[in-house]
Ligand binder design. Structure first.
Ligand SMILES: Nc1ncnc2c1ncn2[C@@H]1O[C@H](COP(=O)(O)OP(=O)(O)OP(=O)(O)O)[C@@H](O)[C@H]1O
Length: 942
């Protein structure tokens, strides 16, 4: 049984209970009913101060939470039982969630003391990775999304069976802890990319959706397919948006958002989510597209290297509050492509960079801001306590101060944000008047509502107070009346108020004293009047507590009606915190404001028309990337001395970056990409200056050895990523390729690297940085103007190998490996022999393909060259692959040599391969299929 099946086996009513269903005690019968109703989760059943599970579920809870498995015995049997304390449940719930369980909390919904017979219980909350709201289970710095994916197509009014619709995918996410709800739609590839980017913790997948393995690991939750029906979805959405069809742009989007909201409602006890005040639709193309591979390899949020923990996010995260932290994450995941919006953010960052005082003030005020988004969601969910309301007030008290801090700054965006900071005086005053400044945690036991807020409460409290005062004076009065100086008036929980008289004085006790309790050395009495007063006090306090609770709920409900306004303030505070953070980071690390090529359009629009013939003429005119003294924002933090490097990449050019291992190639390529990403976030960049295009996408294919993903060979994965890039990159994209082709033989790897370089240059026109150890690839610069070489070198300093980390024009020496070996102290005779071998290879290379059999790499490169160039005229990727295939056909590489030798005697396998090649319809073959075919044929040959 796999892990999912194991988990599901403990969901639902325990079979052993069902077997004696009619005989079960009322409580266990209630448990079995709730388990049957919620058979998609472990039901945790409140019994007093514990949540209990029984039978199989008990065993799972005991194992996962490491609590004792006990037993409950009754007339019908002995039932395994495990419980977790309600007061301390968060840690245990977290363990259950981490172990992949969904949990349904079945709570007592009536007061056990008031219940006549069995206490009523109901499932009040379904706790799953995507629907947790408990602060202790949530990551303050990240949105926790529940996602739904739907495919366009039949059903409902909007439904349509046509192919275009069914190829459209809708994706919606809801953050139940804040009320954020986003919806988007796109073709399958783009929608999947967006799904990876949003990485919901839990996913509900609609009918007919065909999802591949994802790079993150959401809990996939089965949910009623009916929720994805267009009519049902419209109905659900209409509770959140008056005109549902105006929010979404396709049937798929409607289904996705309807199902996401329906599931969130179900998880929260089947009620409308009052704190979802806005459903926001976005188009993935409004943002710089960074797929999961790019996010990972640029180490935006997760570190993959030895600098564990250091990521772009961690370098930038100087946020003062959780609102800002989540917003920074969202901005980094979705840099902008709209130049005006980018410039508006940059203007704001610049204004804050110039105003240290405003920055410091903002930081101070924002650091005492509570997590307003989650607070307001708790208010709407009726889960906020009195302390939450005070936290809300404390936060709102800061708003005028934040506005003041912004008074002198000069930026449109900052002014807009300042204007949108509603001071919410009404809410502030309401909470300030209603709730005492330091309320208790419990809202049912009084002490929550301030004096003067409600006349009736004041009166009831007055009565209780007068009674207490009467009692407190009673001691003196009775001492005087009885002449017993040691007489005391006291109170205890069980007996209430009493008058205590020690044994020696009992003879002086008046007649109206009635005995309440006998102690060793004294007797306790009450008088009818004391009893009357006591009852009065008790009645008044109970009444006051109840009144307070009602008043608190009223205040909370009134605050909840202002959710949208509070959320708007939270929104503005989040943006401000991020802008302030970006300014702080820019000042502290000496970042510069990037400039974008004029025009507001993406680099490619129009720029190509006036591009000079020589793409190396200058980047400004060609919409390329020009960075002066750029640095890697993360590596520079870990390095004593970071060597800044320039980048001058004309639009559509391919820079081949060579150099020894560890010389700085990857760092350089990533820093170029990070500068571009940061700039489109609206941040200053780690460089002296930067002039940049607005990119549409950043692609990365980095490190064959790093990505051994399940199921696919490293090479296959590398090739599918390359295929993605070759298919989807545009003239506005930046492509980073690191060591592409390494996963296969040198010959094939080089051929593929070469073909990919040429395709990117000739057909795609994406600006590309390609780090390679294939020295022979550097020849590509000879016959293509837009392909040029950069290199990194190593030197010996004080007898040690030193990497200069400084980029230079031209290819690196082909024998740099030998040089580094020498620098590293490899014995001279070995170095000498190695050098001879290199020279021999070079000589063979120069004599041409005829004698190239000795040099696997060079042979294929040469053969490939001729064919690929020819194919380039055809201009399709298929032609390139064709070229590759033909290249193999004519070259004398070792594979070929085997093939040729074998050809002397008929070889059925070879013939089969030849036949397969001949029959392959390359025009109708996708690049991935072509590469799969190649890989398969190659495997057969080997
Ligand atoms: N510009 C720089 N200034 C200072 N140190 C640097 C610089 N660039 C890189 N380094 C240091 O060199 C190390 C190796 O860099 P990097 O991984 O970029 O090399 P590489 O050439 O890509 O190596 P490989 O070919 O093995 O992948 C980095 O971890 C960093 O510590």
């Amino acid at each position: 049984m796999n892990a999912d099946a194991q988990r599901e086996a403990v969901y639902g009513a325990p079979p052993e209970m069902l077997a004696v269903r009619d005989d079960l005690t009322p409580m266990l019968s209630q448990y079995a009913d709730l388990c049957e109703e919620h058979d998609d989760a472990v039901v945790l059943f409140q019994v007093g101060d514990f949540y209990e599970a029984f039978c199989g579920a008990a065993e799972a809870v005991a194992r996962t939470c490491e609590v004792t498995l006990t037993q409950r015995e009754d007339s019908t049997g002995t039932w395994p039982m495990a419980g977790i304390p309600i007061d301390n449940a968060a840690g245990y719930l977290e363990r259950l969630l981490d172990a992949g369980y969904r949990v349904a909390l079945a709570e007592q919904v009536e007061d056990a003391e008031e219940a006549s017979g069995l206490v009523d219980r109901a499932v009040t909350q379904l706790i799953t990775p995507g629907t947790v709201v408990d602060e202790e289970l949530l990551d303050a710095g990240r949105a926790t999304y529940l996602g739904a994916v739907a495919r366009g197509g039949s059903g409902g009014e909007n439904g349509s069976d046509d192919d275009t619709q069914s190829d459209t995918y809708g994706l919606a996410v809801v953050d139940v802890s804040t009320g954020e709800c986003l919806v988007t739609g796109a073709d399958r590839a783009l929608a999947l990319e967006e799904l990876e980017r949003l990485a919901p913790a839990e996913l509900v997948v609609g009918p007919d959706c065909d999802l591949p393995d994802l790079s993150f690991d959401p809990m996939e939750t089965p949910f009623e397919p009916g929720a994805f029906d267009a009519d049902a979805a419209r109905e659900t959405l209409s509770a959140y948006a008056p005109r549902p069809d105006a929010v979404v742009e396709s049937d798929a989007e409607l289904r996705a958002v309807g199902a996401a909201l329906a599931y969130a409602e179900y998880a929260q006890g089947d009620s409308k989510l009052a704190y979802v005040t806005r459903v926001t639709r976005f188009d993935p193309r409004e943002f710089l597209q960074l797929d999961a591979t790019a996010i990972r390899s640029l180490e935006l949020f997760e570190s993959r290297s030895a600098r564990a923990g250091s990521t772009l996010f961690s370098v930038l995260d100087e946020t003062a509050c959780a609102l800002g932290r989540r917003r920074l994450e969202a901005w980094l995941r979705r840099p902008l492509v709209d130049r005006d919006r980018i410039e508006a953010r940059l203007d704001a960052v610049e204004a804050l960079c110039d105003d240290a005082l405003a920055r410091a003030d903002l930081r101070e005020h924002l650091s005492s801001v509570y997590d307003l988004e989650r607070l307001v969601a708790r208010v709407s969910r009726e889960r906020a306590d009195a302390r939450d309301l005070r936290s809300l007030k404390t936060t709102l008290d800061r708003v005028p101060k934040v506005r003041e801090a912004l008074a002198g700054t000069d930026s449109d965006l900052l002014s807009d944000l300042r204007d949108s900071l509603d001071e919410l005086e009404d809410v502030r005053d309401l909470v300030g008047d209603a709730v005492v400044s330091d309320p208790p945690q419990e809202i049912t036991e009084g002490g929550v509502i301030a004096d003067g807020f409600d006349a009736e409460l004041d009166e009831v409290r007055g009565t209780a107070e007068a009674g207490r005062e009467w009692v407190s004076n009673l001691e003196a009065r009775e001492q005087e009346r009885t002449g017993i100086d040691s007489l005391e008036v006291g109170y205890n929980q069980v007996h209430g108020y009493y008058i205590e008289v020690t044994n020696p004085n009992l003879d002086r006790v008046p007649d109206d004293y009635q005995r309440r309790q006998t102690l060793k050395n004294s007797e306790r009495f009450y008088t009818p009047e004391l009893k009357e007063r006591e009852d009065e006090i008790l009645r008044a306090s109970d009444r006051a507590d109840a009144l307070e609770y009602d008043l608190f709920c009223e205040v909370r409900a009134e605050v909840a009606t202002e959710s949208a306004r509070i959320q708007a303030v939270a929104d503005a505070l989040a943006d401000l915190d991020v802008l302030r953070t970006l300014a702080d980071v820019a000042v502290a690390n000496d970042y510069a404001r990037p400039e974008f090529h004029a025009g507001g359009e993406r680099a490619g629009d129009g720029a190509a028309d006036d591009a000079p013939d020589d793409p190396n003429d200058g980047t400004a005119e060609t919409g390329g990337i020009r960075i002066d003294a750029g640095r890697h924002p993360v590596v520079e933090r870990a390095q004593d001395e970071f060597v800044p490097n320039p980048a001058d990449l004309p639009r559509g050019s391919v820079a081949l970056v060579t150099g020894p291992n560890m010389s700085g190639k990857s760092t350089y390529m990533r820093q170029v990409a990070l500068v571009c990403v940061l700039a489109q976030v609206g941040s200053f960049v780690p460089a002296k200056s930067a002039r940049l295009p607005v990119l549409d996408r950043v692609f990365t294919r980095i490190g064959a050895s790093d990505d051994i993903a399940g199921g696919q060979s490293t090479f296959m994965r590398e090739m599918s990523e390359l295929t993605e890039i070759l298919h989807n990159a545009t003239g506005d994209s930046l492509v980073l390729l690191d060591e592409v082709g390494r996963g296969t033989s040198t010959a094939d790897g080089l051929a593929i690297a070469r073909a990919a370089t040429e395709f990117l240059h000739d057909e795609v026109g994406a600006t590309t940085l390609f780090a390679t150890h294939y020295h022979d690839l550097t020849d590509a610069a000879d016959d293509r103007e837009g392909v040029f070489n950069l290199h990194f070198t190593a030197a010996r300093r004080d007898g040690e190998v030193t990497f200069l980390h400084s980029v230079a024009d031209g290819p690196s020496s082909s024998s740099y490996g030998v040089e580094v070996a020498q620098l590293a102290g490899v014995p001279a005779s070995v170095v000498g022999r190695a050098r001879d071998l290199v020279d021999e290879t070079d000589a063979v290379d120069e004599t041409g393909p005829e004698s190239a059999a000795d040099s696997e790499a060079d042979g294929v490169a040469a053969a490939t060259n001729g064919e690929v160039d020819e194919a380039a005229e055809d201009g399709t990727l298929a032609a390139y692959v064709d070229g590759l295939e033909n290249g193999h056909g004519e070259s004398e590489n070792p594979n070929q040599a085997t093939a040729t030798a074998a050809a002397a005697e008929p070889n059925p396998e070879l013939e089969a391969v030849t036949e397969a090649l001949r029959e392959a319809d390359l025009v109708d073959t996708t690049p991935l299929e072509a590469l799969n075919l190649l890989s398969e044929l190659k495997g057969r040959l080997e």
